[in-house]
Design a protein around this ligand. Sequence first.
Ligand code: NDP
Length: 281
Amino acid sequence: MKNIRFNQQQTSAIGIGTWHIGEGTPNESQHQMDAIRYGLDHGINLIDTAEMYGEGLSETLVGKVIKDYPREKFQLVSKFYPYHATEKLIETSLKKSLQRLQTDYLDLYLLHWRGDTPLIETVTGLEKMVQAGLIKNWGVSNFDLNDLKELSQLKNGTNCRVNEDLYNIGSRGIEYDILPWQKQHQMSFIGYSPFGSDGGAYLNIKPILKEMAQAKHITVHQLLLAWVIRNHDLLSIPKTSSVEHMKSNLEAVDVSFTADELELLDQNYPKPNQATSLETI
Ligand code: NDP
């Protein structure tokens, strides 16, 4: 498995997304657990979840899987609701997440998106959780450049390790300003929904993707994932419920592109040439 530098450590080139898992039948949950196990057994060492996902059902399913693995072998990322972003509620949410996940610490705890709580209060609460040893580090999600700049001005604001935003071939806005800013400030980037989320609802699959995938003897999903991680400078966290798709996503890590192929994709899905509003799901 290829690694990237992420959160100041060596991390697999892709992580495991877990939105919508643990919400179905016992049989579906079994397939989802098998898929996560397959990923962990084949070199993936990061899992992304959130208290929001199935109101704890995703964390519960992840907890059932990871209890069989040495905890230090992977990074565990979870997120709290913006309306749990006060000092007191962060602690309550975190302890519930840890219980569901059957672990005693998170590697990263993220503010899921920005709400009404003043950022300084959230940062203070997160720093306390670091001090208490319940989280190693913290970060944010769905932050745009202005949010990141504001955060960085606050006391301890530069301790923010990661920002997690939407990133796939059809949503490239972050390339213009957010990603360069994060690189400059040594803040890692997690790109979510590499396939445009469940059913590809947020991504327009143009004919070029099918043509290029066919020519490269890969699937469109493999092409989409390989494209997101093409520069080895960010983490993508595809979600899948099946071992078959997990295998396919693992194979995509080794797919590379020629300069001509990248140019052709740019023509169909242009790079941003100006700042745009942050897209979210
Ligand atoms: P993705 O873009 O990862 O797409 C998931 C869909 O792709 C599912 O329908 C899945 O089906 C399908 N799929 C996965 N692998 C393959 C494959 N190899 N071949 C064919 N189909 C495939 O969607 P998500 O929105 O779930 O994003 C990924 C993760 O990012 C989330 O699970 C979550 O952890 C995180 N996220 C974070 C957000 C935030 O606000 N911070 C917002 C949205 C997502 P199947 O399950 O059947 O394989």
